[in-house]
Design a protein around this ligand. Structure first.
Ligand code: ZN
Length: 266
């Protein structure tokens, strides 16, 4: 091999390697996988939690619109080590998203009233799990209240430990997780009808990139925006079979680990 060919090869290899995360995940895992579930849906209690528990995985549940009848079950989910997190009380979204009581659209709020609501949901979460602080995911993935973005006000108020945002490209999650803005933690949702293989592909991509794959689920084998129970179980089975390569943990767990284990090279 000539020097020129060697250099060309070295350069092409450099370009082919995705920007590696500097985070050293526990046990030598190549990536972290975080499974998150929104809206406190019964199908999560009925299908997702048993599948997670059978594999001894902990996940993150963003609760909103809690029903009294479901409180004992969510309390039990928190007590066994799953993360309960804030998704507001009333789930205000833009009126254009779906038809809702106009008093509970995000247009009807102000940043101050939104923060007040998030604070009250924190009280509810602390009553459920006894923890003093909680993470947050904004309803419908947007942070407008009465036409004003409330995210910086939320950061300044220190009401939540992080805010889960929306995934835009694989590179989002290949960043050094210890250095991402905790108020913009990217996550990825999937269309209804997604297969188990497609769900697994996301974890594989992130394992290759060394980052953190944050899944965003709603219904699991029921409710709405659902992944099938079978596809979800396929993903769990794959993750269980690859425990050494991917570390499955809660979103708070992954962020805490990354922050506590900074890259010594930087
Ligand atoms: Zn939601």
């Amino acid at each position: 091999m000539t020097m020129k060919t060697f250099l060309a090869l070295a350069l092409s290899l450099l370009c082919a390697v995705p920007a590696a995360s500097a985070t050293k995940w526990p046990g030598g895992a190549k990536a972290a996988v975080v499974l998150t579930y929104d809206d406190a849906l019964d199908s999560q209690l009925d299908n997702a939690v048993p599948a997670l528990d059978a594999a001894r995985f902990k996940a993150t549940f963003f609760l909103s619109g809690l029903k009294v009848s479901a409180v004992p079950r969510w309390r039990a989910v928190g007590a066994e080590g799953h993360e309960l997190a804030n998704h507001t009380l009333f789930h205000p979204c833009p009126a254009s998203k779906f038809s809702a009581d106009p008093r509970y659209t995000s247009e009807a709020y102000t940043p101050a009233s939104m923060l007040k609501e998030i604070e009250q949901q924190n009280v509810l979460l602390t009553a459920l799990d006894g923890k003093p602080t909680h993470g947050f995911a904004s309803p419908c993935g947007q942070t407008m209240a009465g036409g004003v973005d409330y995210l910086e006000a939320l950061r300044a108020a220190k009401l939540v430990t992080y805010a889960r945002g929306v995934y835009t490209s694989p590179d989002d999650l290949r960043a050094d997780v210890g250095r991402i803005d905790p108020m913009h933690v990217p996550s990825r949702g999937f269309p209804e009808g997604v297969t188990g293989a497609q769900l697994i592909e996301f974890a594989k991509e992130e394992a290759a990139g060394g980052g953190m794959a944050v899944y965003l689920f709603h219904g699991v084998g029921g409710d709405y925006l659902q992944v099938s129970d079978a596809a979800h179980r396929e993903l769990i089975a794959w993750l269980a079979a690859h425990r050494k390569e991917v570390w499955v943990t809660t979103l708070q767990g992954a962020l805490d680990w990354a922050k506590a284990h900074p890259d010594p090279q930087q």
